[in-house]
Design a protein around this ligand. Structure first.
Ligand code: SAM
Length: 282
């Protein structure tokens, strides 16, 4: 089965044509150009947990968990999360990445598949994938934020995965010092947009040392097509690095990866890319 057939039954969130026009002509310009102080005061008055978490830790795991949650406490967050392009695209990316990873786990020739997650947060995507896969797997989750793991350990317990998940606090920029001896599948979802190009290159170079031929890395690109980058920078303090899938592929191609396959989520914000290790570690 071709990789694109793995995802044909996934149901993604979409934005209707009239809402797209409304966003483009009214909502996004207001979010982008109203005074930042006014927008921050509005978010504070509405007790937005999404904004508070972003102010504390821009792009951190807690704001991701709030975006994954269908029913946040505050009405302002319900509005932002249900209709904001980025939260919708994040949920699409989670589904897409989890499905691709589940099928990649099933292709590992000698189970249990060893999965390494960089910038893992509490592990929603990898745990979705491990539960959906037919074959056995073990995951090592690396994140700079140790409190992601208190939440992550509870999540693992709730999903019956405690024995299969290991949490390591660490900086992915030092991944060379934290690599397990053998890795079948690497997940870099939600991390490349916070790393400089030489940092991604150094990670790819380190991964290439422990990944056998045919093993996979799953990463994502982000495009400014969501239309509210100015809002994210000015109001939430979130500075993301936009790259095309081709930009990221070029970085990985320089370090022994190829056979790239790209999967777009329907809002056009994220592409999830699967790269194969060519040649490979002994
Ligand atoms: C946007 S969240 C993505 C979480 C998860 N991968 C997902 O997609 O649901 C980014 C995560 O990367 C972590 N992170 C950011 N920079 C990091 C670094 N240099 N080393 C390790 N983790 C990092 C953050 O703590 C956060 O948990």
């Amino acid at each position: 089965m071709a990789m694109k057939d793995w995802i044909i039954d996934l149901e993604f969130e979409r934005i209707s044509a009239p809402i797209k026009v409304l966003k483009k002509c009214i909502i996004n310009p207001l979010a982008n150009y109203l005074p930042a102080g006014l927008l921050k005061a509005w978010l504070r008055a509405g007790k937005s947990e999404l904004a508070l978490e972003n102010w504390k830790d821009p792009g951190g795991w807690r704001s991701m968990v709030i975006s994954y949650n269908a029913d946040p406490k505050q009405s302002i967050d319900r509005m932002l999360i249900k209709s904001g392009a980025i939260p919708m695209a994040l949920r699409n990316r989670r589904k897409l990445a989890a499905r691709l990873m589940a099928r990649l786990i099933d292709l590992v020739p000698t189970p249990p598949a060893q999965v390494l997650c960089l910038g893992a947060g509490p592990g929603h995507i990898v745990s979705d994938a491990m539960l959906e896969a037919r074959h056995d797997s073990r995951a090592t989750l690396v994140d700079i934020s140790s409190d992601a793991f208190d939440y992550g350990r509870q999540l693992a317990e709730d999903k019956g995965l405690t024995e299969r998940m290991t949490f390591i606090q660490g900086d992915v920029r030092d991944v060379h010092d934290q690599l397990p001896p053998h890795v079948d599948l690497v997940k870099m979802i939600g991390i490349c947009e916070y790393l400089e190009t030489p940092q991604i290159a150094a990670i790819a170079e380190s991964l290439a040392e422990v990944m056998p031929a045919g093993s996979s890395v799953v990463f994502n690109s982000i495009s400014p097509l969501h239309g509210t980058d100015r809002f994210f920078r000015r109001v939430l303090g979130l500075n993301m690095i936009y790259r095309t899938p081709a930009d990221l592929q070029a970085i990985f191609a320089a370090h022994g990866f190829g056979e790239f396959e790209t999967f777009a989520e329907p809002l056009g914000v994220y592409n999830v890319v699967v790269a194969k290790r060519l040649g490979g570690a002994e």
